[in-house]
Design a binder for this molecule. Structure first.
Ligand code: GLU
Length: 490
């Protein structure tokens, strides 16, 4: 039985990498008729943030990646479902204490009473002497009696894993293949902190054993800790699960994906109006490929196609242009009505008085940009001139050297087009195209020499939908008004 889990810590925003882990876990579970569950790793109380859990659940819900088991919403309230709970680590403290006792009894773990000051000084000296910073095992040599007395007198302590340093471990990662570790360089990891809470290492091993996780899918940053985990599984006498360590996410310059180079929180993309299906489609490709040319997948197709053996181990570059390409493809597939209802909130937010315009206007205007929108938050910038008159014209906007639009030509084009527009009543794109193309011929100019200054005068923009589309949306009166105003200014 495939049982996968997402094990987020409620310490901040929902990272795009967490979405990828969730997605892979979900796809693998669905494909194999297994279960996907959510475990909340909230043992670092100092780093826990209010609202972070709700954000995790909301994001998963938005993504359509809802857990079958574990922490979830029930009737809008955070609760838990499933037989292997509790699924919130802070509610499992007695369980960890029971298991750590086993390790202490077997000699696989020991109490450590060293003060933070002593540890800091030790590290400092090790670094100075160019030795890897590692606990020096002072407390490993305490007698049982000494330990008991120290505990009784209330001395603070942690519990450390005793690493068998003479071991070489080998395991088969589902993505990376054979991995070999020399345990002589592993530190005696803290398993229980002085506040009595377990560290990730102990909690991972105990929970993924009791919750029957297989495989464990997690980020590559955990690969170096895996030998410690395998040693713990062995010390407990538990079966070691299969591991799949997902490749790092990288910026375009191949550095580790960071906030400094762009958004990394899923909510940033939701806010900007990226479509769910596009994000899912993009995220699944961060480390996986289907081995075919197909790029657009819906979730059912992904469930069919996905497998861990097509996940590569090299870092996966987060390419925003690629995401925009995916999103644009999905936006173009929306019906115009759906598109309008998606962009309206962004236009209202930008302060455009949509209510002053008939529905038909909005529909027609939106149609002219649907092809070009990469994400909804950029729509106000692409459509502002449908709701506002351009105020100023930068000379360079109306003139165009390459198209040979000089000031005299621009004036002529605008004057003639105003005259022409006065005389027509059919403002469909087709008719506008016909009469304006004829006008160009009649006055002996080139298309660009007339259409460029007209379009720039109407929109105040270097790039915009074409001139026939724009006039057709703005209508006779407004188009003439703008062309005349431009004439006055230049
Ligand atoms: N709580 C860990 C984290 O957020 C989970 C790692 C794992 O998936 O095992 O990084």
């Amino acid at each position: 039985m495939i049982r996968t889990r997402l094990a987020p810590s409620p310490t901040g925003y929902f990272h795009i990498g967490t979405l990828r882990t969730a997605l892979y876990c979900y796809l693998l579970a669905k494909k194999n008729k297994g279960k996907f569950f959510l475990r909340l790793e909230d043992t670092d109380q100092k780093r826990s943030i209010d609202g972070a859990l709700e954000n995790i659940l909301n994001t998963l819900d938005w993504a359509g990646i809802n857990p079958d088991e574990g922490v979830m919403y029930k009737n809008g309230v955070v609760s838990e479902a499933g037989e292997m709970g509790p699924y919130t680590q802070s509610k499992r403290i007695p369980i960890y204490h029971k298991y750590i006792k086993q390790l202490l009894d077997k000699g696989n773990a020991y109490h450590c009473f060293c003060s933070p000051e002593r540890l800091a000084k030790m590290r400092e000296e090790q670094i100075k002497n160019k030795r890897p910073p590692m606990y020096d095992r002072k407390c490993l040599h305490l007698s049982e009696d000494e330990v008991r007395k120290a505990i009784e007198s209330g001395e603070p302590y942690v519990i450390r894993q005793k690493i068998p340093r003479d071991t070489v471990l080998e395991f088969e990662d589902l993505i990376r293949g054979k991995v070999k570790f020399d345990c002589s360089i592993l530190d005696d990891q803290v398993l229980v902190k002085s506040d009595g809470f377990p560290t990730y290492h102990l909690a991972h091993v105990v929970d993924d054993h009791l919750m029957k996780t297989n495989p464990v899918i997690r980020g590559e940053e955990w690969l170096p800790s895996t030998p410690k985990h395998i040693l713990l599984f062995n010390a407990f006498g538990f079966k070691v699960p299969e591991y799949a360590h997902l490749p790092l996410l990288l910026n375009k310059d191949k550095s580790k994906l960071s906030k400094r180079q762009g958004d990394v929180a899923v909510e940033d993309y939701i806010k900007k109006g990226y479509l769910r299906d596009a994000i899912i489609n993009f995220v699944v490709f961060l480390g996986w490929n289907p081995g075919t040319e197909q790029e657009i997948f819906n979730i059912e197709e992904l469930i069919d196609e996905f497998s861990l053996d097509r996940v590569h181990k090299g870092g996966a570059v987060f390419d925003i242009d690629k995401l925009n390409w995916f999103n644009g493809s999905y936006i173009r597939k929306l019906s115009i009505e759906e598109f309008v209802s998606r962009i309206k909130p962004y236009l209202l937010d930008a302060g455009f008085p949509l209510d002053d315009y008939p529905d038909g206007y909005m529909l027609k205007a939106s149609k002219t940009v649907q092809e070009r929108v990469k994400y909804f938050a950029e729509v106000p910038d692409l459509m502002w001139f449908y709701f506002n008159t351009p105020k100023e014209y930068d000379g360079s906007l109306i003139l165009n050297e390459r198209m040979k639009v000089t000031i005299d030509i621009a004036k002529k084009a605008l004057e003639e087009s105003v005259k022409l527009l006065y005389g027509i009543n059919d403002f469909s794109e087709e008719n506008l195209k016909e009469v304006l193309v004829n006008l160009v011929k009649d006055i002996g100019l080139k298309n660009g020499q007339v259409f460029w200054p007209m379009r720039a005068a109407l929109t105040g923009e270097k790039f915009s939908p074409g001139v026939f589309e724009v006039i057709s949306v703005l209508g006779k009166e407004e188009s003439i008004k703008r062309l005349k105003k431009c004439l006055e200014i230049i």
